[in-house]
Design a protein. Structure first.
Ligand code: HEC
Ligand code: HEC
Length: 160
């Protein structure tokens, strides 16, 4: 018989586990203090992890300008205008007043992307898909603010 038997596999696994635990216990001695040392968690705004977030001073919208270039191709474009008071609720979506395909021409706004009509299962729908309905989950107003976390990201050479 070419197939390893269940019994063989079980015996093999048993000795493998013993060998591994021996190797681990020899090569990586972990002191009890190390193993139980608390993990150092930090908040984005450098307040104590147990304290509540300090109240912000509200959103400061930049004056309406032309859209900033996207940093990477898949980026949801930033919103180049204020969205103060633009309600998006279960009943009403202010954004679609200008960005729906039927309104965009008149409003001189960009039509919502064709990708926004695809359902989670990949079916093409005739109106904005529920998973793209809450626009501000992905689109935020552009503003000149200091990044909370730095990064060194550069888009791929062929995609610039
Ligand atoms: C009163 C009309 C109006 C409403 C309401 C409106 N927009 Fe706009 N939006 C525009 C216009 C006009 C532009 C195009 C500005 C330009 O290209 O200079 C634009 C541009 C944008 C862009 C940039 C698109 C690109 O080509 O880069 C995004 C993203 C956007 N809006 C999102 C939103 C979201 C999200 C909402 C709701 C919270 C919203 N807009 C509500 C008129 C509107
Ligand atoms: C799940 C994230 C997500 C949500 C929710 C979402 N968008 Fe987008 N949006 C994107 C991404 C990513 C792009 C750019 C890539 C693409 O076209 O899909 C985009 C592109 C756009 C564009 C530019 C289209 C173009 O031709 O350049 C507009 C305008 C826009 N979205 C408006 C909206 C509006 C209005 C809503 C709410 C009804 C909305 N988006 C909801 C992620 C999202």
């Amino acid at each position: 018989m070419n197939q390893p038997t269940y019994r063989f596999a079980r015996t093999f696994a048993f000795f493998w586990a013993i060998a591994m635990s021996l190797i681990l216990s020899l090569s990586a001695p972990v002191s009890a203090a190390e193993a139980f040392a608390p993990v150092k968690l930090q908040t984005l705004r450098s307040v104590d992890i147990t304290a509540s977030d300090p109240a912000g001073d509200g959103t400061r919208y930049a004056p309406d300008t032309s859209p900033l270039p996207r940093d990477f191709v898949q980026q949801p474009p930033l919103i180049p205008h204020t969205i103060e008071g633009y309600i998006v609720s279960k009943e009403f979506n202010k954004c679609m007043d200008c960005h729906a395909w039927s309104r965009a021409g008149q409003a001189k706004a960009t039509k919502i992307s064709i990708t926004h009509f695809k359902s989670r299962e990949g079916a093409e729908m005739s109106s904005v898909s529920p998973n793209r309905y809450f626009c501000n989950q992905c689109h935020v107003s552009q503003t000149d603010s200091k990044p909370l976390v730095g990064n060194t990201f550069k888009p791929g050479a062929g995609l610039r």
